[in-house]
Design a protein around this ligand. Structure first.
Ligand SMILES: Nc1ncnc2c1ncn2[C@@H]1O[C@H](COP(=O)(O)OP(=O)(O)OP(=O)(O)O)[C@@H](O)[C@H]1O
Ligand SMILES: O=c1ccn([C@@H]2O[C@H](COP(=O)(O)O)[C@@H](O)[C@H]2O)c(=O)[nH]1
Length: 248
């Protein structure tokens, strides 16, 4: 982490290495599905600001914006086959994100959990660590590479593998609530809660597999809204934003 130590802005960051989980659906902006150009460019600007703080950034992106758009066609399909479609959707999002980051002056590398070498390089952990040390933003595509999982679990897995200090879940809501705030107007937001509590109460913001993996690895998660301007920077600066989920 010598580059970070030499970075004059590094002190403003509370973390040296983060795993950012971006909701695929957040990329839609106001569109019905797909990738909204203005939205992805705004998110990339927020990532660039954090990179300027000297933070090493790895990203896992979901596939909901593409996959749910074709969900009708996937209905009745073999589950594993549909899941591979979902993983390929995350590859498309990863390519779009990396392209937008390159255009914004960042250097990005996409690494896929499933073999598609003509499109992106495969995930190789030491190589990913090398890229991070070099200040490149690494985008982990295709989730875990296995059906029956989610990109939240991929974020927990890759976060633990690369030694991230925190998983930042950038999503459509501004934290973890007592119930889904989109369905329950009386739901209230936690400023922090433990993994045990989140799992015991079956809080649907993330799947239980992701929570359990982070709990076991003592890898905290911060949930915050990607739609709030400057929220990512405030989270990385250690300011009060979103909900912290911690291990006891
Ligand atoms: N207890 C809760 N607190 C906050 N949000 C909750 C809760 N339960 C369910 N949710 C819902 O969880 C959703 C999480 O959204 P998110 O977009 O991150 O899902 P995802 O499936 O991980 O991503 P993608 O869009 O890529 O599929 C929110 O939209 C929110 O409405
Ligand atoms: O490890 C994984 C990750 C994802 N999938 C499939 O992709 C879609 C999209 O991911 P989201 O996390 O929902 O955005 C998911 O619904 C799965 O079908 C997977 O199989 N394995």
């Amino acid at each position: 982490m010598s580059d970070i130590a030499n970075n004059p802005n590094a002190n403003s960051a509370a973390y040296q290495r983060i795993l950012l989980k971006l909701s695929g659906e957040a990329l839609m902006g106001d569109d019905a599905f797909g990738i909204n150009r203005a939205t992805i460019e705004r998110i990339v600007q927020e990532i660039a600001q954090v990179a300027r703080m000297g933070v090493q950034i790895a990203v896992v992106i979901g596939g909901g914006n593409i996959f749910r758009g074709v969900a009708g066609g996937a209905a009745g399909m073999d589950r594993a086959t549909a899941d591979y479609m979902g993983m390929l959707a995350t590859v498309m999002n990863s390519l779009a994100l990396a392209d937008a980051m390159e255009k914004a002056g960042l250097t990005a590398r996409v690494m896929s959990a499933i073999g598609i070498e003509q499109v992106v390089e495969p995930y190789v952990r030491p190589k990913a660590l090398q890229y991070l040390e070099e200040g490149k933003v690494v985008v982990f595509a295709a989730g875990t590479g296995n059906p029956f999982f989610t990109t939240d679990t991929a974020a927990a897995l890759r976060g633990a593998e690369i030694g991230a200090q925190i998983v930042l879940k950038a999503t459509k809501v501004d934290g973890v609530y007592t119930a889904d705030p989109k369905k329950d107007a009386n739901a209230t937001r936690y400023s922090q809660l433990s993994f045990d509590e989140a799992i015991a109460k079956s809080l649907g913001i993330m799947d239980a597999t992701a929570f359990a993996l982070c709990r076991d690895q003592k890898l905290p998660i911060k949930v915050f809204s990607i739609f709030k301007s400057g929220a990512l920077e405030r989270v990385v600066a250690g300011q009060d934003e979103g909900t912290l989920v911690y291990a006891n």
